[in-house]
Every structure is written in C-alpha cells, then in structure tokens.
Design a protein around this ligand. Structure first.
Ligand SMILES: NC(=O)c1ccc[n+]([C@@H]2O[C@H](COP(=O)([O-])OP(=O)(O)OC[C@H]3O[C@@H](n4cnc5c(N)ncnc54)[C@H](OP(=O)(O)O)[C@@H]3O)[C@@H](O)[C@H]2O)c1
Length: 253
C-alpha cells in the first residue's frame, strides 16, 4: 500500500506516517520543513519539501512518490495553520496564512490527490478539519470558519469522486496532544477539555479512513458537547465562545 501525507513532517501527520510504516506500507510525507524529521528515518519513508499553498510543488512531490508504483492508496492532508482571533487581534499575515493553508491548501491537496488516483477506481483521501468546524455561528474565529470550509470542501469532493471508487473522509478532532498545541499554549494544556493522546488520535483516524467514513468527530465527549452547543441560538453562542476564548487566554504569560 502507498500512502502520502501532506503536512506529515510533525504532529498528527508524522504520527500517522509512523503508524503506516509499522504496517509495512510505503509512505511519502511532505511539509515546508522536511529537515524537522529525525535523521534515523525508516527506509520506506520518503520525505519531500512541498507547500500545500503551491499546487505545483504538491503535485511534483506526489508525482515523485508515485513514479514506479501501481497506485496511490491513501492521501491524507494534515497541513493546517492556527491563530487566535476571538479574544485578541491577529495580523494580516496570520489571517492570510490561515486562509491559504486551510482553504487553498485543502483544495490543492484534493486536486493533486484526485489526479494521482484517476483511473484506479480505488483510493481514500482524508483531510484534517477540526471539531470547531462543526459549529456555525456569526462570530466564530477565522480558524473555525476555515475548518468549517474544509468539511464543506470534503463534502463536494466526496460527491464528485465516489462514482470513481474514491472515498473522502473529513476528520474533526478535538484537542490532540501535539508539540504544536503545546507550543501554542506555553506547554500548559490544563485548560484543554477532553485532550486526546496522539496514539489514540492515530488509531481513530486510520480506522475511520479504512471504514471510508464520511466525517469522524472525536473524542466522543467533545462531539456531544459541540452538538449540544450547536443547538443554542447564534447570539448566545457568540457570548459563550468569546468568554471561553478570554478564559483560555487570560492567564497566559
Ligand atoms: N493538535 C490539535 O489539537 C488539533 C485539533 C484539531 C485540528 N488540528 C489540525 O490537525 C492538523 C495537524 O495539527 P498538529 O497539531 O499535528 O500540528 P503540526 O505538528 O504543526 O502539523 C502541521 C503539519 O503541517 C505542515 N504544514 C503547515 N503548513 C504547511 C504548508 N503550507 N504546506 C505544507 N505543509 C504545511 C507542518 O510542517 P512544515 O513546518 O514542514 O510545513 C506540519 O507537518 C492541522 O490541520 C490542525 O489544524 C489539530
């Protein structure tokens, strides 16, 4: 089996790569900084430098990886960008990076993956959104709005690709204990409810892809909390989510 992971140089993506390598698969990963990957890497791991915001670089990496192979079985896009803009302001550049990575990058990955899988009549494409993306309310953060778009984009590609044997899975995780989440929170994850460890996240994500699920939201407690919140009227949700963002930010140094 051949698996390619965009945004696979760290965090959830790299953990998924290790999972598939343990199963004996050939794995390609890409990111803007492949030098982050440890030197003593598995012989079946092929790292590439590519930016999801540049479709040519993603297509070239994927093309190099699949040359000489019969099929691309699984493509996962884990690349994502986050900045908090509910309880504070973000720069133009931070907003631009979120729009480009989370929306344009998602479309670029779907385009590159569907072209690589064309004519195979099989294959799975998955993309990491966020549990926050299942909530719809006026003042949700830019991150939430971009991740909501990811779920919608996945929906459109699922409809387009299912007649050709290609499944599309949208993943909506709650908080997953990664280096990135720790960096963003000064290594204090005390205020992150229902935190999932990375091995559990990898097991849930890989099983959802194998079962060709449309949308997986985890952990289950976070899923039900979000479903309950989504029943509230938008103005009330605006207040609750603003207070939550303030509370999370307030005692950071
Ligand atoms: N951790 C959580 O609690 C959590 C919760 C919900 C959703 N998510 C989502 O899960 C995904 C992974 O998050 P993570 O916590 O594992 O963070 P992470 O370690 O920062 O992983 C992000 C990966 O994407 C790559 N990347 C970022 N921008 C890119 C670009 N323009 N082109 C190519 N690669 C790019 C990064 O590598 P390079 O530096 O090499 O580019 C890295 O490999 C993200 O989409 C995030 O929004 C995370």
């Amino acid at each position: 089996m051949n698996v390619f992971i965009a945004g696979g140089t760290s965090g959830i993506g790299y953990a998924l790569a290790r999972h598939y390598l343990q199963k004996g698969y050939d794995v390609g990963i890409c990111g803007r900084n492949p030098e982050k990957i440890p030197e003593n890497r598995h012989e079946n791991l092929k790292p590439f430098r590519a930016d999801v915001c540049d479709i040519d670089s993603i297509a070239a990496a994927l093309n190099s990886f699949t040359t000489g192979k019969n099929s691309l079985d699984i493509f996962i896009n884990c690349a994502g960008s986050y900045a908090e803009d509910v309880a504070g302001k973000i720069s133009y550049e931070e907003a631009e990076e979120m729009l480009q990575t989370n929306i344009l990058g998602t479309v670029n990955c779907f385009e590159a993956a569907r072209k690589a899988m064309k004519g195979q009549n099989k294959g799975s494409i998955a993309v990491i959104a966020s549990v926050s993306g299942i909530l719809e309310y006026e003042n949700s953060s830019l991150y939430t709005k971009t991740k909501r778009s990811v779920i919608q984009i996945a929906d459109a590609y699922r409809r387009a690709l299912s007649p050709f044997g290609i499944s599309v899975t949208a993943i909506a995780p709650g908080y997953v204990d990664t280096e990135k989440l720790r960096q963003l929170n000064n290594n204090d994850l005390g205020k992150k409810p229902f935190l999932t460890d990375i091995e559990t996240a990898v097991a849930i994500i890989s099983e959802a892809i194998e079962r060709k699920e449309k949308l997986i939201i985890f952990p289950i407690k976070m899923k039900w909390m979000m479903k309950s919140l989504s029943l509230l009227p938008s103005p009330l949700l605006n207040i609750i989510m603003y207070r939550k963002a303030k509370w999370m930010k307030d005692d950071r140094p």
